[in-house]
Design a protein around this ligand. Sequence first.
Ligand code: KG4
Ligand code: ZN
Length: 346
Amino acid sequence: MLILGIESSCDETAASVVRDGRDVLSNVIASQHELHEKFGGVVPEIASRAHIERILPVIDESLEAAGVQLADVDAIAVGNRPGLIGSLLVGVSAAKALAWSLGKPLVAVDHVEAHLYAAALDEQPIEYPALGLVVSGGHTSLYHLQGPTQMQRLGSTIDDAVGEAFDKVAAILELGFPGGPILDKIARGGNDKAVRFPRTLLEPDSLAFSFSGVKTSVLYHVRGQPIGRGRNATFARDASSLSDQEKADVAASFQAAAVDVLIEKVRRAMQRVETRSLVIGGGVSANSRLRAEVQRFGEEHDLPVCLPKMKYCIDNAAMIAGLATHLLAAGQTADLNLEAAATSSR
Ligand code: KG4
Ligand code: ZN
């Protein structure tokens, strides 16, 4: 079974050919970071225009790299939610056109579910039931997984996603864009005990997350208490008053606080539901501290930990094509009325 997957939910235009659900034959990702850098964040209109320019060359490249022709492909899969609507529409339109013109099935994939499948790519199948943790720029949620497409949400963030908090803290430290990976890198040279940032755990039995408190705490630590309120607030200083070592210390201390919270919520969830493995997915699963800490947690609790390979942590189309194999096998195909949606069905 050969599936061509397409992903365009945010600022990565991606296409991939996956055989039998886990064997990735190609994984092409055209990132747009350089287009959004000067704005300090993804500009939706610029992203969708860039997707239009890149989508066909990216699909061509993915077929060529996999050594297959469109005619060899059994189905076309596309991430149709959640994401930026204008960006999603580009992938969805391309996928519909291909499926229609080739007379092949179209499979719609939820991007959040796909992140929870990424750890199976080029690896052994995930053992279910599993506990799933999605940590991305838009989502931070825990799920009880019965299979690749069957899951119940146990809890999610009530404010910022953890990736968003990484990006905002990186912006406060004036580290550049995209913030998360740069912060991870400089944190390696920092002291994670330099500043004790708060670990927001909410109620003792809560499986929800909150990251806006720690972000604000970093803001006040770096810039001082605000003078005035709301949008008119000003600060006595900014990140330029910190040495590189102090910035690294703040980065390491923030990262420790964020990862501690994620691990604590996994620990709580494990006590609630039956689980044979722990599955992590989403951009922040590339974080070096999180990877090390979840591995340690898994060893302590004798729980296999399924982490995606680094290239499958960030947005990619291999996870879309891989998961689509299971949806197709279950007869879950879409028709040409398929719509893009800003929110996840999960
Ligand atoms: O999954 P993803 O590529 O896109 C969404 O679905 O949101 O996740 C992007 C997020 C961004 O917030 C980015 O800063 C974060 O993942 N990220 C990281 C790292 N690599 C990516 N955060 C912390 N450490 C990293 N190494
Ligand atoms: Zn994502």
